[in-house]
Design a protein around this ligand. Sequence first.
Ligand SMILES: Nc1ncnc2c1ncn2[C@@H]1O[C@H](COP(=O)(O)OP(=O)(O)OP(=O)(O)O)[C@@H](O)[C@H]1O
Length: 357
Amino acid sequence: MANKLIDIVNVSKSYGDNLVLDELNLYIRENEFLTLLGPSGCGKTTLLRILGGFESCDSGHIIFDGKNINNVPPNKRQLNTVFQKYALFSHMSIAENIAFGLKIKGKSKAYINDKIRYALKLVNLDGYENRTPDSLSGGQQQRIAIARAIVNEPKVLLLDEPLGALDLKLRQDMQYELIRLKNELGITFIYVTHDQEEALTMSDTIVVMNQGYIQQIGTPEDIYNEPENAFVADFIGESNILPAVMVEDKLVKILGVNFPCVDVGFGKNKPVDAVIRPEDIDLVKPEEGLLEGVVTHLIFKGVHYEMEVSANNFDWLVHSTDMVPVGTTVGIKVDPFDIQIMKKPESEDEEAVPVEE
Ligand SMILES: Nc1ncnc2c1ncn2[C@@H]1O[C@H](COP(=O)(O)OP(=O)(O)OP(=O)(O)O)[C@@H](O)[C@H]1O
């Protein structure tokens, strides 16, 4: 495991009465691709701006390489930011844009020219030195913005929704490009997005945030397969989140029907949420399922069919490569390993609910 590079310790930030970050704790390792993921307004950008030095926190510490950098100005931090709006200077050539920060630092002409060549090669735009920003596509401008940041040789690149303005195909290409860049540079990327697919594709670690709190930290696989609460399950991918009661270890009652599962340690007769991904539901003959339902909606999605199955007063979302026509009576079957049990949020878990026999 790589060393800890940044330690965010008890960081809080409010704007007026609006508490945006509440005693947040997080560490980031050398060479990690860490993504802050969450809905609009959850505090991702604020945290990134605090790391970059563009915003100060009300309390807490940002420790970089063992030193507190709370009072270090942005240009003295070994972190460089790439914003969603590329903010290139339109009256300057690409070379001048990339050179801008280095000139201010008083670097020699030879050094700067070397760096420009190196950075343009890295972002696959060699030969673009004399073009102007408005003669480039959105994706190319974004690469230049990245080139401009990396010539400063930062230890960390902070990226705030850098692909937000690009169309889907270009976004996907740029995602692979960013992973390659990170590996070639061997530096840490801290990436902000509200796009869960982007986060799952690129990250070593995902930090899911909501309303200023961290909901879960984990690898993309952890976050997708083992969401810790209903918010994460709902935000990452699509899920059926079902009110349930844990009858005993490895047995959960969902909508009045007992389903074998693999989870233990939730206690007996405890109300829980059961999460089942739509692709993990098998539609079988009615007599072979644990419960019976009727297909009420069907949409072709390209790779799979998306269906809604009404069973025990719940609309189950099901993804399947097999088409089952609307109106068909089906059985619902789920592998015990594909049922994820989650504790109810505190307020909903006041008392154990007896299970009716
Ligand atoms: N300079 C500011 N002054 C007042 N309120 C602010 C300021 N910057 C951010 N906020 C508020 O702080 C909250 C968090 O904003 P932030 O930009 O960090 O969220 P975000 O998760 O990055 O959202 P988005 O994805 O929409 O950018 C929001 O309610 C926002 O309105």
